[in-house]
Ligand binder design. Sequence first.
Ligand code: ADP
Ligand code: ZN
Length: 749
Amino acid sequence: MIGESPNEASPVGDLVADVLVPVAVDISYSYKVPPGMALEPGDFVTVPLGTREATGVVWKTRRSASGSNLKTITEKRDLPSVREPIRNFIDWIARWTLAPRGMVLRMGVRAPDNVGAEPIRIGVRLAGPPPGRMTPARSRVIAAAEGGLLFQKSALAEAAACSAGVIDSLVDEGTLEAVSLEAEPVALTPDPAFGATLLEADQREAGDALAASVETGKFNVTLLEGVTGSGKTEVYFEAVAAALKAGLQTLIMMPEIALTSQFLDRFAARFGVRPAEWHSGVAARKRARIWFGVASGDVRVVAGARSALFLPFKELGLIVVDEEHEAAYKQNDGVAYQARDMAVVRGQLEQASVVLASATPSIESRVNAEQGRYKKLVLSARFGGRAMPDIAAIDLRVNAAPRGKWISPRLCEAVGETIGKGEQALLFLNRRGYAPLTLCKSCGHKFQCPNCTAWLVEHRFRRALVCHHCGHVERRPDTCPECETIDSLTPCGPGVERMADEVAELFPNARALVLSSDFSGGTERLRRELEEIAKGEFDIVIGTQLVAKGHNFPHLTLVGVIDADVGLNSGDPRAAERTFQLLQQVTGRAGRGAKAGRGLAQTWQPDHPVMRALLSGDTERFYTEETNARQRAGLPPFGRLAALIVTGNDRASAEIHARAMARAAYAMAPSARWKTAPLGGPPSQDEIMVLGPAEAPIAVVRGRHRFRLLVKAPRSADMQGFLRAMIAASPPERGGVRVIVDVDPQSFL
Ligand code: ADP
Ligand code: ZN
């Protein structure tokens, strides 16, 4: 029988293990430990689960008088044990996000399932006399294998321009000898002394401080705030070197790791080898090997996406969160966690150093530093005495683009000058595709997604209309489906693909490239294109926010922002911060090489505080104002937020359930740990408030109707306890209704 862990423990009785299984349940299940099986918390075991068997992890062992009623553990698995700090981390995240513990465990233990057999690699070398019958192909093989070196079979076949069969036949004849090659190590050991960088004085100071923090062997967090191009990477490499010397492992987290081959090369230049890479683009079998290497300690440094946070490090001494302000650190599906914040939690549980690096830190991290919870190091100038880009606004009210175009005459002139000098220009527009809306000129029909409240975005390269929320794709027709007029469909508004048309008209001889994540060829293509841009193989680059992420383009001297206002007027409490960060990052791509750079931002609101801060370069003033505004409103980091998203098969069921949840919250007796403020009541600094429900801005996604509730709590309140109580007091989810809990929401759509 499977039952929830009973609490009684007795010195005698059967030995029982509480096992957490990686499925969507919060509780661990109790099993009898068979005689002779030695189990410790953290051990992997196979257990019967319903009608099947599952792999789980022992959370606790104890004696129980009623153990004989339980099912028995099938076997102990030969996998590295889940260390205590990692078990605590899993419990911590589950408590914080309200996700079932089994789901959190799943994120950390899926990888080893994909070990599979390593393909056996065969090497061949010249060993015996020539074959009885010589053919041109055979003689090419023998010539290529001259010297007795060991070749990989496929490499030799390629060198001799023949098939693998020719090689096999030469092995059969004894001319070649086959030897099995040792499996390649999953990652080589980085050498802290390999290519030490000569740091400038302020870089040296910061690098030494980070190294000293690592050497304490104690938990600490440092915010490394350095302007774009100040050398933050070189500086935190000093912390990596210190961890390597101290025999500790390092995790470097990046928001778009799949795209940063530049980073991997820089790491190799500094430490002699590339770090192990961890992201969804790495093959499953390779990931399994990295998982084991991390657990055994063979892998010393991992560069990874947010999921790397769940790797079973054996002796973790340093976590670097690069571009810590990036919204990409928030996972929104499944377990909704903020990887930057959870990196700090993991650092604390592991007694590791944490470095948060950014040119435009989040308000959260800035406030943590101001309040003394984090140390702060500042790099205020670019490396090598390079100037910060000169940023100016183009006021679209007086310098508008021609009708149906988006490049203003002033920006056009600046691009012309730049490429005329043989330098590179970047046009930034955060909109994928050709046009965000397609409309029939004749009847006004607009193309909407059948599953979502969203317009379909035309992607001309793919000849398709695409929904950016659910992925729905349909062919762009030639006639209007509503009024059947031929050739009446017209694109409205710009996307990067449409900018490419405009650029081709204005600069027919320029080498232009659209950089976007949705072209065929995926990550590999993007990596290649980013390298080509860095080498100066394009004159004009048109890109989405993908180009803003920490890349180094030495030939780039002009960044033109097509629509600096986009995003400013959304309902997101972080809208101003996000826009400021994005614009600062994008314009920060300019002038990182030997020549000075400039940024030109096209805007309808040059007097908006975000634009003024960007233009004046008065970052401190912007942060101060934005921080004060957050404090007045009790928004993060001065208060906490959680979103409850109620979805249903139809609008009414979602709305009824959402309203019932709000009512349940107000009916709850105030506890010593929380009080609730009534709906519409005056805002209060020390009570938990439940706002809404309101229909979500995107009211339907994937056919599901959505209502949102927002819970706002003071920092001191037990928000998770409140959420649990509120959900428990709400009606059960039924009739297709689902409630998604998003603690620290980053998206308000
Ligand atoms: P950030 O991450 O702060 O924008 P990077 O670390 O990418 O800056 O550095 C910007 C550029 O300056 C890179 O090309 C880097 O190699 C170079 N750089 C920074 N510091 C040094 C240094 N001390 N010696 C040589 N090159 C440096
Ligand atoms: Zn859709």
